[in-house]
Design a protein around this ligand. Structure first.
Ligand SMILES: C[S@@+](CC[C@H](N)C(=O)[O-])C[C@H]1O[C@@H](n2cnc3c(N)ncnc32)[C@H](O)[C@@H]1O
Length: 282
């Protein structure tokens, strides 16, 4: 199973925000510019970072359904969103009604294991299904079922920050190649949805959507990390990569420790992601 804690999600939020492809975001905003209200389903929402990063792209009145299997993250999300908003109240059924910079947001939270159960999520006919940093966890079979569902419902898809396997660390180290190979192998391990697509996810998502004649627009959204601004994130990321690579059996514990010690002080890192927007066929 995948394990993400609120501390890690908070640590990566600023880098995620900077990485989102602004050109693609502008095209997403233009796509929905004629609508007054938007119904949005956010899959694997964590603590609601995707909502906070993207609400300003959408019409002034928004209905969100935030879905995650991790109740602790949903609880942190509720508190974080309440503090983030200019004004907010909670309705009897748990819906948050927030105002933020002239936008009205109605937000429902749903604990759901997406690997087992997507039924019912699309009942309210969302205009848009969005997810950030989720699709690299899923399997190709799950993706096929997902695309089948959104094709029937004719929803648009906005998938952000899907890992694409590109990594450039500066300065380079002799162990980089082996560590990366071990990390990529780990990326394909089952994260709860069957064998994970990992870095193959951006291409697979595009190909499934194009097979159903969605109009797909893709753009790079890499993390560009520097020691000066992202020191803590670099340490946590390098730690995660070293451990995963070691678990894959490609490098030894000693090699992982050596690489981590050097990488924690690394000057800069480029970690590849892709953003994708897809509109259903006319
Ligand atoms: C990398 S985090 C991204 C969180 C959030 N979208 C963000 O950008 O900060 C992946 C999220 O997917 C959720 N997740 C993983 N497997 C899931 C599953 N089977 N069902 C529902 N949510 C899942 C995790 O709990 C986590 O919140």
């Amino acid at each position: 199973m995948s394990g993400f804690d609120a501390g890690w999600l908070s640590l990566r939020a600023a880098a995620d925000m900077r990485a989102r492809n602004a050109g693609l975001a502008a095209r997403v905003a233009a796509h929905f510019a004629d609508k007054e209200t938007l119904f949005i389903l956010d899959l694997g929402c964590g603590t609601g970072a995707n909502l906070r990063a993207s609400y300003a792209l959408y019409p002034k009145m928004q209905h969100w359904q935030l879905v995650d299997h991790d109740l602790a993250l949903l609880d942190v999300g509720k508190q974080t969103l309440m503090q983030w908003a200019d004004e907010g109240r909670t309705e009897a059924d748990g819906t948050l009604c927030l105002k933020k910079g002239g936008y009205k947001l109605h937000i429902k939270f749903l604990q759901r294991d997406l690997s087992r159960d997507m039924d019912g999520l699309f009942q309210n006919d969302p205009d848009l299904v969005t997810a950030s940093a989720l699709f690299d966890l899923v399997s190709d079979d799950w993706l096929a079922r997902f695309v089948d569902m959104i094709t029937k419902k004719r929803c648009s898809v906005y998938a952000l920050l899907t890992y694409d396997g590109a990594e450039i660390w500066q300065p380079s180290l002799p162990l980089d190649e082996a560590v990366h190979a071990g990390f990529l192998a780990h990326q394909h391990r089952d994260k709860g949805f069957g064998a994970a697509l990992g870095p193959d996810a951006p291409a697979a998502l595009r190909s499934h959507l194009e097979a159903f004649r969605f109009k797909v627009d893709v753009a790079d959204s890499p993390w560009r990390l520097t020691q000066e601004y992202d020191g803590d994130l670099i340490v946590a990321l390098a730690d995660g990569i070293a451990s995963a690579s070691c678990e894959s059996g490609v490098i030894s514990k000693e090699q992982a420790a050596d690489w981590l010690a050097s990488r924690s002080k690394t000057h800069s890192a480029h970690i590849g992601h892709q953003d994708l927007f897809a509109a259903p066929p006319d």
